[in-house]
Write a protein that binds this ligand. Sequence first.
Ligand SMILES: [Ca+2]
Ligand SMILES: [Ca+2]
Ligand SMILES: [Ca+2]
Length: 338
Amino acid sequence: MKYILNLVVTIFCFPISESVKFRCDYRHTYLGWFKYHEMPATWFDARLLCHLEGAILASPTTPEMKTYMLQSFCKPQIFTGIHATLTKVQFHSVDGVPFDLIPHEWAPLEPDNKNNAESCIALHSDGKFSDVRCDEPRPYICFRPHSNTEVNICGTPDPEYHFESQTNKCYKFHTKPRTFKRANFACSAEGGHLAIINNEDEAKVIRDIYTKYPASKMIGNFWKDVAFVGMYNWGESADWTTIHGQSLQEAGYAKFSPGEPNNATEGEYCGSVYRNAMFDDLWCEKHFAFICEKKPDYPPVCDSSEERPFHTPVCDNDVRPESNTDDQIDFRSDGSKT
Ligand SMILES: [Ca+2]
Ligand SMILES: [Ca+2]
Ligand SMILES: [Ca+2]
């Protein structure tokens, strides 16, 4: 029965001919695109990382979503996108589905809101739920619903990445300020890295990008004539390298602004660039705009119509529930039964 339903959904909602591209590290199914993140993260980081990858933190909002999610992991629990971090009492998924509309069965003795500090929902490998702390890291799954948004020349659906022919790279100026570490986190999740200036052409690209972002375009109380880029001095003021480990000379561009780096007050260990593309050392823990750089072909993008091998993880101690064969979701992108 489920198989027939799958086919109906596939045929009428997502004709095979209408292929869509997205990152190859996501698996395409008839429900959408999925990626299991084995590296545990806090719920907040998991939500943000999925968001930056162009997806949302997956929630078992339907039996089909739940079945797919259960077949994707071996660990005892993963985070779901169901939370009450804002309201404290009213749980809902990150895409707005109220908890009472989500089919669920609690694990024994749950929910208990232990220490009045459990505002996130974990999915157990047996399909049951528990309320858990959001700041205790767990694996999670990102999910991108079907969408007609195509990836652009930069290999991402994010329209803020722009291709620059002088360097054959893509750049995004983030006007939402972050600390240096969080800026790295954001660029990395988007498939790039904090921009590394490799030559005068790239310095010009940076100057040109800046002109599109006058201070008036940035909201918030922070210094708007400087942005983090990908260099760091490892706490040793004389030892500046790119975040990929090259000296600035090796990287091809080492122009500090006159008087910099000055480590103005102790802690200016992180690299930034002024509007004129000259470097400044800056406080890592303060929030500034930042510039990401990305190769157009990384991460690679795949077509939803492509057949790609996918292996359901084989768990050492298979603690997953005995599932009815009819409930098995196929993993083939065309919706056919495997
Ligand atoms: Ca609990
Ligand atoms: Ca570069
Ligand atoms: Ca400085």
